[in-house]
Unconditional design. Structure first.
Length: 344
């Protein structure tokens, strides 16, 4: 089968032919219908050889949907032909966190060598994908595969982040979304669907600011040195009760801290390497800062439910598997509006 692989440190990913996978006991083979392109893959492909955590070659793609093509021995609960989304942050399934559905925080994944597809295990940018357990599949139940696939990360990750701050997003409150890209433009919609908060989006690109407004941001502000001042002015000097940073670089985490209100939640989702000092006097009183990872199995079911109810719709640009390297180039150049989706 054809697959998009990251093969050489520092080189672009390549379309190659690899053997068709076969499902072992307990596994499910999917014929991939769509795979999403995440900025985290670009981060992975920028890491140096020293300390690189995954084996190469690595088939990319940690957002996947497909139809069940074959079942390994002993698999029940899914049938051939079912259309399903893949829950990506695989865990052991039995530790205390996994028991809560929080496989993203599995206590034993490292020790057992369990890795998400596309982030260690072979990913979804291929004609077929092996899923290690049917519990990692959620039925699409009528959702369009292209529109649904980004929800497995670009939907699930902001959903998890926002859910934590729902008690603070009361009427009259403000939420700030920094970076209105793949994750951020879904975050804006989730905030509008789940909260009465006023949503202020920050980005560096005019297209992104336009998309932010289209998907529901009340205000869209250029993310420059004046952005924090602009958010302060828009909030009567008080700042925002919740700030979600989908860039996580030094300047954006600084902005995130600078626009936080007293008792605000600052959630750094982007992995841009920025750090925000926490300590008395650094931030307004009782601001809490966190850096979450992906979301739980239950939350993925909830996000797909929201999409079925029409509350979120992902803006997508599609590419064939042969065009996948171009999709990464365009994402790297800031030229993707919404999420790029590969159709293998
Ligand atoms: P993306 O490229 O689609 O979106 C990033 C957006 O940020 C773009 O619209 C870009 O114009 C904007 N941006 C860049 N610099 C900016 C700045 N200084 N101020 C404001 N906006 C700026 O990326 P994505 O796929 O949505 O991923 C976003 C981030 O989240 C990445 O760092 C990714 O690695 C990370 N991520 C983290 C998790 C997690 O679990 N923590 C999960 C998925 C992705
Ligand atoms: Zn991702
Ligand atoms: Zn576990």
């Amino acid at each position: 089968m054809k697959a998009l692989q990251y093969r050489t440190i520092g080189a672009p990913p390549e379309v190659v032919t690899v053997p068709d996978p076969e499902p072992g006991p307990g596994q499910v083979l999917l014929k991939v219908t769509a795979a999403g392109v995440c900025h985290s893959d670009i981060a992975v492909m920028s890491w140096p050889a020293e300390g690189f955590p995954y084996e190469l070659p690595l088939t990319l793609g940690h957002e996947g949907v497909g139809t069940v093509a074959a079942l390994g021995a002993g698999v029940s609960g899914v049938r051939e032909g079912d259309s399903v989304a893949v829950y990506g942050p695989w865990g052991c399934g039995t530790c205390a966190k996994c028991a809560e559905g929080k496989e993203n925080y599995c206590l034993r994944a490292d020790e057992l060598g369990i890795r998400p597809p596309g982030l260690g295990a072979p990913g979804a940018m291929a004609e077929y994908l092996l899923v290690d357990d049917p519990r990692h599949l959620v039925p699409l139940d009528g959702l369009d595969p292209v529109a649904a696939v980004p929800l497995t990360d670009a939907g699930l990750t902001p959903y998890h982040a926002i859910k934590r701050s729902l008690p603070k997003l009361v009427p009259g409150s403000t939420a700030v979304v920094i970076g209105a890209g793949g994750l951020g433009h879904v975050a804006i919609q989730l905030l509008r669907a789940l909260t009465p908060a006023r949503v202020i989006a920050l980005d560096v690109g005019d297209d992104k600011l336009r998309l932010a407004r289209e998907v529901g941001a009340h205000e869209a502000v250029l993310s420059d040195a004046g952005a924090a001042g602009a958010v302060r002015r828009l909030t009567g000097g008080l700042g925002a009760e919740a700030v979600f940073d989908f860039v996580g670089a030094e300047p954006t985490v600084r902005t995130a801290g600078a626009v936080a209100a007293v008792e605000a939640d600052v959630t750094i989702v982007g992995i841009g390497g920025g750090t925000l000092p926490v300590g008395f006097g650094h931030l307004p009183f009782e601001v809490s800062v966190t850096a979450p990872y992906w979301g739980s199995r239950g939350e993925l079911i909830e996000v797909l439910g929201l999409a079925r109810a029409g509350a979120v719709s992902v803006h997508t640009e599609t590419f064939s598997l042969d065009e996948a390297p171009l999709a990464y180039e365009r994402l790297h150049a800031g030229k993707i509006n919404g999420r790029a989706v590969i159709l293998p």
